[in-house]
Design a protein around this ligand. Sequence first.
Ligand code: XMP
Length: 302
Amino acid sequence: MDTNKFIDDTIALIKDKVRGKGIIALSGGVDSSVCTYLSYKAISDNLYPVFIDTGLMRIDEAEEIKKTFKDMNIRIIDAKDRFLSALKGVTDPEEKRKVIGALFIRIFEEVAEDIGADYLIQGTIYPDVIESHGGIKSHHNVGGMPLKYKFKEIIEPLKDLYKDEVRMVARALSLPEEICERMPYPGPGLAVRIVGEVTEEKLDVVKRANKIVEDELKEYKPWQAFAALIGKGTGVKGDERVYGWIISVRAVESRDGMTADYLKLPWDTLDTIRSRITGEIRNVSRVVYDVTPKPPATIEYE
Ligand code: XMP
């Protein structure tokens, strides 16, 4: 790919398509950040980056985003309660993705109406499209989206790119290092790292476990490293029986997310992670390490 040509062509395309104001769905990951910078170059202050705080994101994500994009017309929308209540009772993984995709779009429509914007820009990349259309799983921004929406157009400037190409564009745009190298994070966030119904308690547990895994495995530079809450099991803490959560630790390497292999981590590192998770998070009784490549597993749990 000729990165500089891609950048010039994409800026011209966005300029040409967006008449007036546009909003961009910003999550803080490399795809939506690249898309935001390209769109800002194209339409400047007519661009409104919108970060929806679903409550399913990493710890402190909203604060970080506010800092990184402080020079733009960023809107942070607190939608934690709406997501939690929409997900109540939802246990089927595809249903979960559809509920999330639909709520994202409804909220973007509300914000766009308030701003007077007719266009939605999204950082969808090629693997999102392939996995959704191949029937593997409905990525929230493709197969999980409702078919009807109020926008004149949804523009997806990165939809032909793989992740490594997006990172090349990020570097060419001189984006901050943490963004260029950031691990992929799924749009539906921690909802797909909780097997079964999403509840406030499970969210709190999995959020803290994810932070521990990310911190402890940063030095290995994995494609992705995260924690998922996969069920309950009996344990004993002190002298007491606990029927606590089971956390699965997943760390994979991959080139494009389409296939992946697990990292052969040293036992010491796994020990540290296990000891921190069971020690720091009440009600976790068991930690396992997932040694399944993709295929047959996918990277995320749902
Ligand atoms: P899977 O789980 O299908 O994931 O092996 C492949 C890559 O895609 C990410 N992923 C998503 N990204 N919206 C996204 O933006 C989604 O709905 C979604 N689901 C999975 C996943 O984290 C991995 O990097």
